[in-house]
Design a protein around this ligand. Structure first.
Ligand SMILES: [Fe+2]
Length: 408
């Protein structure tokens, strides 16, 4: 077994020994955590009343310069004002939010006298908004809460409005923060991190640059596939995971070809949401465990790294869970009638690689700046990532190093 901590509070539990590792898929029972979800074209207009439902008097909006430039920050402030709320806005973030940025945001939040945290942006913004809520109420540094269920005191109410179709952070119990000292991404998991309300308005996706749309779409695809084959998957997550894969396969490239294809954009917004509902409950796998390490080392777009790694991880996992890849391949639009699982897995891996290449993702990690000499460290830190514990096939240090080498 990997050395990652067991996903004690989220995985299916087998019989009378809850919390003792992750049992095989299908054993025991599952738990399903989900925020209040508001979804649909124009849904951002609900933000003021949603914040009111959370008891807001003074909302603290975490966002970034891109959202301000696109006009969404002003629109959100307008909707909050309609509900009688005047927001304090904080934009001190860079992509892949850093530990010291969370510390600065926490200071700003505490100094503001605000009472509800609103995240408006992509996964980086939403993860940072969660992290600020954690440190503001629990004290210390955000890295003190790395791992599973380390947040013990209640955090301020949170309302999240995603502007990309990929991360699922607006519904998930995850936050990923860059540890700038160890140069890796620290993963925090736990029910405290599930936002109270998630508002998905597909209009917001229309101002994403193409490279961000491609990267976040690949991230959502990875969430759907990893959640479906996860050891902690169950019937409630399977339906969302597979539907997300199907929606992405039918919509992602359409949104990039035609910015006015509102149906495709709505499909991607729903896919991101459904993949989020799946992976927050089924957790992820080796692609994410490995990707977090590469992202921490080189500050790269998370979805791009996933796009490179995922085909290799699918081939690796096909040895343990071949039959799970038949529905995955079918959801991707591949005819798998009479096709055995290992072949379906190979076809799915090839389809993911083809999609990533069409979207402009490099063929290997070397083109992203990873060197052979980095693999040792990357493999070691991957073993400590909580996402590895739900990968369907056990992976030791040598396996992970071989996967990095194959993806180089
Ligand atoms: Fe992801």
């Amino acid at each position: 077994m990997p050395t990652a901590p067991p996903v004690a509070d989220t995985a299916p539990r087998a019989g009378p020994r809850p919390g003792h590792g992750v049992p095989p898929r299908g054993a025991g029972f599952t738990k399903y955590l989900v925020p209040e979800v508001v979804f649909g074209w124009g849904a951002l207009s609900e933000a003021g009343w949603a914040a009111r439902r959370l008891g807001a008097q003074r909302p603290f909006v975490v966002t970034d310069a891109g959202l301000a430039e696109a006009g969404w920050e002003a629109e959100l402030a307008g909707h909050l004002a309609e509900a009688g709320l005047r927001a304090t806005v904080w934009r001190g973030l860079t992509p892949n939010p850093k530990d010291h940025e969370v510390a600065a945001g926490t200071e700003a939040y505490l100094a503001s006298g605000c009472d509800v945290i609103v995240g408006l942006g992509g996964g980086s913004v939403i993860d940072a908004a969660k992290a600020i809520a954690v440190v503001a109420s629990n004290g210390g540094r955000i890295l003190d809460y790395e791992g599973v269920d380390k947040v013990t005191a209640a955090i301020p109410p949170t309302l999240m409005c995603p502007s990309t179709a990929g991360t699922g952070a607006d519904v998930s119990q995850f936050a990923v923060i860059t540890d700038t000292t160890r140069r890796l991404k620290a993963t925090l998991i736990g029910r405290a991190l599930v936002p109270d309300i998630s508002i998905t308005d597909p209009r917001l996706l229309g101002t994403m640059p193409d490279d961000l749309a491609a990267a976040t779409g690949l991230d959502a695809l990875t969430h759907g596939i990893e959640a479906f084959v996860s050891r902690a998957s169950g019937p409630l997550t399977d339906v969302h995971a597979l539907h997300a894969v199907e929606l992405i396969s039918g919509s992602l490239q359409r949104t990039l070809r035609d910015r006015d294809d509102d149906a495709a954009r709505t499909g991607m917004a729903q896919a991101s949401l459904e993949a989020g509902l799946a992976f927050t409950n089924a957790i992820l796998g080796a692609t994410h465990a490995m990707s977090h390490q590469v992202g921490g080392l080189l500050d790269l777009p998370h979805g791009v790294v996933n796009g490179v790694l995922l085909p290799h991880v699918i081939r690796f996992n096909a040895r343990s869970a071949p039959d799970r890849f038949v529905p995955v391949a079918r959801a991707m639009g591949i005819d798998v009638t009479g096709v055995p699982g290992d072949v379906a897995a190979e076809l799915a891996a090839e389809a993911v690689a083809r999609l990533a290449a069409d979207l402009g993702v490099p063929r290997g990690l070397a083109q992203l700046g990873v060197r052979e000499s980095d693999i040792d460290t990357l493999a070691t830190t991957t073993l400590g990532d909580a996402c590895l514990s739900t990968n369907p096939r056990d992976a030791d240090r040598a396996d992970v190093a071989a996967l990095f080498r194959a993806a180089l």
